[in-house]
Every structure is written in structure tokens, then in C-alpha cells.
Write a protein that binds this ligand. Structure first.
Ligand SMILES: Nc1ncnc2c1ncn2[C@@H]1O[C@H](COP(=O)(O)OP(=O)(O)OP(=O)(O)O)[C@@H](O)[C@H]1O
Ligand SMILES: [Mg+2]
Length: 263
């Protein structure tokens, strides 16, 4: 039997104030999960109150992407207050680990995830975007289990056969966990050169995979130097000029309808 953990009730209480959580996952590492999570949070923040939670236990990069690497979250009676930038409240396991490697195993990872969920005081939010740990292991399961409010997943792949077979495992996992998949993102799908789309990372059939699992939204995002520059430099204003920002608009519309239905 699972041991009683007083944090469980605290986590549930915190999530009662958050209308909807968007879980950004991939199965495979390095496909642009943190990038997409950041773009989605920025897009949503134009209209809504938004938090971005980085649960990547081994490589939490959200503080760097947001240029918040030297910031420490402030404490309050009700928990830690996430620093805010570009209108997004940001919390990351990275705020507590600096640049040290994080040699965590099984239980310690689950514990770190539960701890950050319990201590963060988001206050009321429309959306919480969650950058999930890579893979389909325990950390992902814990993250999905303890995000206790209404939620949906956005899964990210690149157009290579290898990435697609791994994202299929993630799709199956989310279905088993009864989390609906709002969109499949084919990131770095092509590079635009003089109006022509050039395949660089592969031409795997992302649409076909989406159809097989009844996912009705596939969003193709090109390889875009504006995106990599914004992510690398921590100057996220550039994102608003990117095609990626325009393309994620469809997901934002879908999310908007979901919270409208709720209220
Ligand atoms: N559409 C894009 N155009 C250009 N560069 C991109 C794009 N998407 C992601 N990148 C770049 O690819 C790199 C990896 O992206 P990111 O860190 O978001 O991947 P990840 O899936 O979160 O990786 P990890 O598994 O390590 O968490 C980053 O340097 C990012 O700037
Ligand atoms: Mg990442």
C-alpha cells in the first residue's frame, strides 16, 4: 500500500485554483519540448494568467530560456512565489540545483516533483503549462498523476522515424492514463528556403500517426533561427515574430474553448 503523504492534499488544494494544465511531453529528448512549452506559455499569456512549470529532473532549462538563471523564488507563508517574466509565472527544479549535475534516482525524483508541486504558490491561474521530464518512466507518471486538475497533453516529435516510434509510446501512455492529447507537434519539420520547404531531419508520417490515434490537431513548426536565437539568448521577444508563434495559435484557440466551457 502507498504511504500516506500529507503533500497529496496540499497539491490537490493548489490545483483547485488552476483551471487547466497543458502537459508538454515527447517520449524522446532534444526534440524541442522546453522550446514548445515556452512558446505556448508566452502565447497563452497574451490573454490569460499563465504559469510555466519545469519538471525536467535532469535538465531543467526553463530558467535559462527565460533569462532567470540567477533568480531565487521568494518565500511566502503560503509557499514559494514563482518569479514572473514576459507575463509568465515560472517555476523550475533548476532554481534549486544551480549548475550541479543531479544524480537522482527513482524515489528521489518522484519526491522532488511532489515537493515542487506542493510548495509552489501559483495563486489562481487560467493555465499551467508543464514541461514534463523526457521519457515515459516514473517521473512522467508521477507528474501526470499529481497534476490533479483538468488537463490535456501536447506531444512533440521531430519528423524522424526514430522520434516518431518513441512518441507513439508516449501517445499510448497518455491514452492509458486517460489524458486527452490536444495536439501533436511536428517540430523542426522543415526549413524554408526561398519559399521551398526542405526536409532536414526526416520525412516521417506524423499525420498518419495522428490519424491512427484519433489526434485531430497536427502542428508543423519549421526549423527557425529566430526560435533558436530567442531560446539561446533568453530574449524571448523574438518568439513573437516567429512562425512557430503563429502556428501554435491553433492550440491556444483550442485551449481557450476548453476553459470557456469550464467557467
Ligand atoms: N523550431 C525550432 N527551430 C529552431 N531551433 C529549435 C526549434 N525547436 C527547438 N530548437 C532548438 O533545439 C534545441 C533543443 O530544444 P529543447 O531544449 O526545447 O528540447 P527538449 O526536448 O526540451 O530537450 P530535453 O529532452 O533535453 O529536455 C534548443 O537549442 C532549441 O533552441
Ligand atoms: Mg527540455
Amino acid at each position: 500500500m502507498e504511504k500516506y503523504d500529507p503533500r497529496d492534499a496540499i497539491i490537490e488544494e493548489k490545483f483547485r485554483k488552476i483551471k487547466f494544465s497543458v502537459l508538454v511531453g515527447s517520449g524522446k529528448g532534444g526534440v524541442g519540448k522546453s522550446t514548445i512549452a515556452s512558446i505556448l506559455a508566452l502565447s497563452l499569456s497574451r490573454k490569460f494568467s499563465v504559469g510555466l512549470l519545469d519538471l525536467d529532473v535532469h535538465g531543467p532549462v526553463i530558467p535559462e530560456i527565460f533569462g532567470l538563471e540567477n533568480v531565487e523564488p521568494k518565500e511566502s507563508k503560503k509557499g514559494l512565489i514563482p518569479p514572473e517574466k514576459y507575463g509568465v509565472k515560472v517555476m523550475s527544479l533548476g532554481f534549486f540545483t544551480e549548475k550541479e549535475p543531479i544524480p537522482m534516482r527513482g524515489n528521489a525524483k518522484t519526491d522532488a516533483i511532489k515537493e515542487i508541486l506542493a510548495i509552489t504558490n501559483w495563486g489562481p491561474l487560467d493555465f499551467l503549462v508543464v514541461d514534463l521530464p523526457p521519457g515515459t518512466g516514473d517521473e512522467t507518471l508521477t507528474s501526470v498523476k499529481y497534476v490533479t486538475n483538468s488537463k490535456g497533453a501536447v506531444l512533440v516529435t521531430i519528423p524522424s522515424k526514430i522520434s516518431l516510434s518513441v512518441v507513439e509510446r508516449a501517445i499510448r501512455l497518455f491514452r492509458e492514463l486517460n489524458v486527452s492529447i490536444l495536439a501533436l507537434i511536428n517540430n523542426m519539420a522543415y526549413y524554408s528556403l526561398g519559399g521551398e520547404k526542405i526536409s532536414i531531419l526526416g520525412e516521417a508520417h506524423v499525420e498518419e500517426l495522428a490519424r491512427k490515434y484519433g489526434i485531430d490537431e497536427v502542428v508543423e513548426i519549421p526549423i527557425d533561427p529566430k526560435v533558436s536565437k530567442a531560446i539561446e539568448s533568453g530574449s524571448l521577444e523574438l518568439i513573437f515574430q516567429s512562425e512557430a508563434y503563429v502556428k501554435t495559435g491553433k492550440i491556444v484557440e483550442k485551449l481557450e474553448k476548453l476553459v470557456e466551457k469550464q467557467s
